[in-house]
Design a protein around this ligand. Sequence first.
Ligand code: 5CA
Ligand code: ZN
Length: 368
Amino acid sequence: MYACGITPYDAAHLGHAFTYLTFDLVNRVWRDAGHDVDYVQNTTDIDDPLLERAEAIGVDWRDLAHREIDVFRDDMAALRIIPPTSYVGVVESVDLISDLAARIRDTGAAYDLDGDLYFSADEAPEFGAISHLSQKEMLDLFGQRGGDPQREGKKNPLDWLLWRAERPGEPAWDSPLGRGRPGWHIECSAIALDRLGPAFDLNGGGSDLIFPHHEMGAAETRCATGGPNAHNHLHVGMVGLDGEKMSKSLGNLVFVSKLREQGVEPAVIRVAMLAHHYRSPWEWTDAELPVACDRVKRWRAAASLGSGPDAAPMLAAVRAALAEDLDSPGALAAVDAWAETALTAGGADTSAPGLARATVDTLLGVEL
Ligand code: 5CA
Ligand code: ZN
């Protein structure tokens, strides 16, 4: 599977963490089912927002990226998110990205505009099959999410940049397309194709990436290979704060690293997020942490008893809940029920606390 990774210009917030927690659940469920999971995640270590932030705070863009990548990976490890098989940066992948862009150009689906290379949306036969949006919705979102519908000279306002020719003062690399740097969508198409091949199992990220990122990325791979990039897409609901999507550009953020500095145990943050189904957008509030903290305490109290009620039905219920479209709230409810019985009625099974601990640790990533 492939998950769209961070643009490392600011620390990981709870929205990012929720997205990677969701992919972590998929990873755990697949591993539990006996699969070897090959999981690739990119890092957008060169892009406009990173350059703009680096310029604004007066640091080199590479130093900013390295610093934020370190904070992100440390947060992910603390949250017990199993790392991808490979993290792949854009800077280290410029050659394979420009090769894919050249391959697309050679099919005739892309055209030159003042030295920049654009994918022609009219050349993408299945365009719209992922997002199912109207033309108007596509245009609005394209403008809001890094696209340039207003640029003069394009054949279709939805045409998107594959390769951006060098601009004065901007980083650039040599390529078969001339000196420049990659557009956004092509980085994920190229990295996924290189590491996972065509038609891998699952592609995704947050739901803000459905359009344009995943629609345009799928069109690129289809153009180059004749088939889909992935058989399935998974999109995670947006985590919000104060009525808005939590986003680096809006600045309404709760950082995982800040919560950790304040002494919040990462397991508690994880359980707070697991209480929300991945598909639904939700709002972070101050009530999340105390509820999660109580829950973890009850589970730990139950698991520390010398014996308890048989935990096998709880394991089965957790597996069943996760198999049902990753119903993490249902999985938590199954652990709650076992812990409740253990704490109120007790039980004679001396192996039950061990099995309960293993279940919660392995499938939900929470150490009791
Ligand atoms: N580098 C690109 C993807 S190629 C990017 O979107 N980076 S990001 O740093 O903006 O976001 C990283 C991941 O977190 C993406 O999968 C994005 O969809 C997801 N994400 C961003 N904000 C939220 C949010 N508020 N709630 C849930 N997921 C989010
Ligand atoms: Zn991506």
